[in-house]
Design a protein around this ligand. Sequence first.
Ligand code: PLP
Ligand code: COI
Length: 337
Amino acid sequence: MNNIEWGKLPFGYVKTHYNVRCYYRDGKWGEIEVSSDEYINIHIAATCLHYGQEAFEGLKVFTGKDGSLRVFRWDENAKRMISSANGVMMAPPPMELFLEMLEKIVRLNSDFVPPYGTGASLYVRPLLIGTGAQVGVSPAKEYLFMIFVSPVGPYFKEGFKPVKMQIVRDVDRAAPHGTGRFKVGGNYAASLSSVVRAHQEGYGSVLYLDAKEKKYIDEAGPANFFGIKNNTYITPDSTSILQSITNMSLRQLATDMGLQVEVRPVPVEELNTFEETGACGTAAVITPIGEIIDRETGDKYTFGNEPGAVSTKLYQTLQGIQYGDVPDKYGWIHVIG
Ligand code: PLP
Ligand code: COI
C-alpha cells in the first residue's frame, strides 16, 4: 500500500513500481521487459536526441465502484501511436503489443490506480523513441517502445472550474502540413515558450490560431477546443491539430444529448457568439474556459465564472462512463481483469 492523498494529487509524475519496455531491432519487436529503473540507457547518436524521432500517447485508467480497472478507448490511442510513428518514420508498435504492455503495466502497478470516488485516475504514458545511431538525417533502424504510469489529479489546478486562456499570434505550434496532427515531442517543444509566458501572465494555457491565416482557432496547448451555441457543439476542423479522442467521444455524447455537431473552421470572431467554451483532452477532461484574451489585439471574450450547463452535462456523462456510473453503450471501456 502507499500513502498517497489521492484527492490532492496534481497532474504530475509519481514513481510507481515498474515500467515496461520493448525493443525493435533487426526489423522486429522483441520480448516485453519489466523494469523498476526510471532511467534508460541510449546511444549518444540516437535519433530521438537529434532529429526528434519521438512520439507519445496519454490515456487513463479509472477504478469503478466495483473495483474494476477501466481503460478508456485504448484502441484509439494505439491507432494514433501508429499514425504518429508513421508520421516521423518510426517503427509502429502493433496494437496487440500496445495492449499487452498496457495490461501488464496496469496490473503491475494496480495499487497506484486511484480508488473510486477520489476524482483521480492512473495516467498511462506510452512513449516511442528512435534509439538507433545516425549522424546524417535519416530514420533510425532501432526503436524503444515504453510505457510508464503515474496517478494524477486534474491537469488544470482549477479542476472543473473555468480557466483563463490567451490567444497567441506570435508563436505557431504547428504548420498546416507539418506534424501538428501527430503526437510528437517537437510540437510541444514549439509550444513551450508561449505556454510558459501565458502562465507567467496569469493564464491557464494558450489558444493557437491556424498558422497560415491567423483567422481560425486551432487548439489549446494540451487540448482541443470546443464552443457551444444554439444547441450546437462546434469544434475546429484543422490539419494542424491533434485528433483528440476525448473530442471524438464528446461529439458522440453531444449527439446523444440532442445537440447538433459541427466540425468546421471556427473564426476567432465567432468567440463573441458562443454561450460556452471549453478545452478537452485526456489530461484536461473538459476544462471550461471562463475568459479568452487575445494577447495582440487585446480583444476579450468572457463566458462566466461557472461551468455552463452543456459542458457540465457532457463532463458528467463522460466521467460517468469512465468510472462506470453511466452505461458504456459504445464499448469504450476495456476492463483489465
Ligand atoms: N491536443 C493536444 C495538443 C494534446 O496534447 C492533447 C492530449 O492528448 C489533446 C489535444 C487531446 O487529445 P486526447 O483527447 O486524445 O487526449
Ligand atoms: C494528454 O491529455 O494526454 C496529454 O498528452 C496532454 C499533455 C499532458 C501533453
